[in-house]
Design a protein around this ligand. Structure first.
Ligand SMILES: [Zn+2]
Length: 380
């Protein structure tokens, strides 16, 4: 018998006569095995995740009809009903909240200190018991938060739905990019099956990116508590990752169906779905530190002509792009080359072709850390 159930969560009204709601799909039951939580469209202008969800629901419905769900799989196919309504000048803008300008994937709650206070006298020698205690404490810590506005309610509901999952996948994309994954350094290399199945050309590792995106809010608490309580076993019990499904316009049924199939294969390997699966393929590239990602920026305004594309290897000193300002000037050249500072490979670049000083034009995965601990390792 099919197990799929749908919850509709109504967000509090932010304006008179208007309310929005969040739909949450659940397959299987937590009592039967591990829990996976997958969401798409937290950045509501990133289309590929929605299409992967479409194919994932189709595949899971078939698996569910066969009775092969062996845990709980929770999907939030449209995770940001606020962002998907933010049309402006005929352009959907779903990355930053129109009401306060804040990125929808930043500033999630850090529950570590509150949970530490709740569990410090209760942790023991058994890792599974500690996991259960910490998850319960996380749930209670979230229950104690009183969100103030619609966006805070949305973020809180997403966290509440995901906080006790073994696996959390947040589906995103970059502007023009190859497949890549952001994940906690403490989850590596145990999570290499995720990157391998997704065919991630870059896996970028950080235990603290400095801005608490959704995946990190779910996973970072585990290594923070492990550090705080070294006498007790506290494993990294939530494999949370941000999966960047290539670029904004990389949308086809073939690609999305393959991505959904790869998520299914990953979940079979992780015991959420009954079935046989081969070993994951070889990883295209080894994982590298997020702190070694070079953000290529132009110091001048103009239009951008890229000389490198996603997937290209880069050597220090290579010209990644030229920024052209067609106006003649006595003090500046009309052509300004923008060079990479370190070796690596280009995994993402901007989709439009305008530069202004400080704007990120491209991202290069290097090997040697370029930024200090505590710095913001992500973008705005
Ligand atoms: Zn995104």
């Amino acid at each position: 018998m099919a197990t799929r159930a749908t919850e509709t969560y109504r967000l509090p009204a932010a304006s008179m006569a208007n309310t929005r709601s969040l739909k949450i799909l659940r397959y299987g039951a937590r009592a039967d095995g591990p829990k996976a939580y997958i969401q798409a469209g937290l950045h509501a202008d990133e289309a590929p995740g929605f299409l992967v969800m479409h194919h994932l629901i189709r595949a899971l419905d078939r698996i569910d009809a066969r009775g092969d769900i062996s845990g709980e799989i929770v999907l939030v196919p449209v995770a940001n009903p606020i962002g998907v309504s933010q049309w402006r000048d005929d352009w959907l803008q779903g990355r930053f909240n129109f009401s306060d300008g804040i990125n929808f994937n930043r500033r999630y709650p850090d529950l570590a200190a509150t949970v530490a206070g709740r569990v410090q006298d209760r942790l023991g020698d058994d890792a599974d018991t500690n996991i259960r205690l910490i998850r319960e404490a996380c749930g209670r810590a979230l229950d104690a938060i009183r969100p103030e506005d619609e966006t805070a309610h949305l973020k809180h509901k997403l966290m509440k739905t995901a906080h006790d999952a073994d696996i959390v996948l947040d589906l995103h994309c970059d502007h023009q990019a190859i497949m890549h994954v952001y994940i906690g350094a403490s989850l590596w290399p145990a999570a290499r099956d995720l990157s391998a199945w997704m065919g991630a050309s870059a896996t970028l590792l950080a235990d603290d990116s400095g801005v608490t995106p959704f995946d990190e809010a779910c996973s970072r608490i585990w290594w923070k508590l492990a550090k705080r309580f070294p006498a007790h076993p506290v494993p990294p019990a939530c494999l949370a990752a941000t999966v960047e499904l290539r670029g904004l316009a990389d949308l086809s049924h073939e690609m999305a169906a393959e991505d959904a199939d790869n998520i299914i294969r990953f979940m079979i390997g992780r015991g959420l779905i009954r079935g046989a699966v081969a070993d994951p393929p070889a990883l295209p590239n080894t994982a590298t530190p997020l702190s070694a990602v070079e953000h290529i920026k132009s110091p001048v305004p103009g239009v951008v002509v890229f000389s490198k594309q996603p997937g290209d290897s880069i050597l220090a000193g290579d010209v990644v792009a030229e920024v052209i300002n067609p106006l003649p000037s006595k003090t500046a050249e009309r052509t300004h080359p923008v060079r990479a500072a370190a070796d690596g490979f280009l995994f993402a670049r901007s989709a439009d072709r305008f530069a202004r000083p400080g704007r990120i034009l491209a991202k290069i995965a290097g090997r040697k850390p370029l930024k200090n601990k505590g710095a913001n390792l992500l973008t705005l």
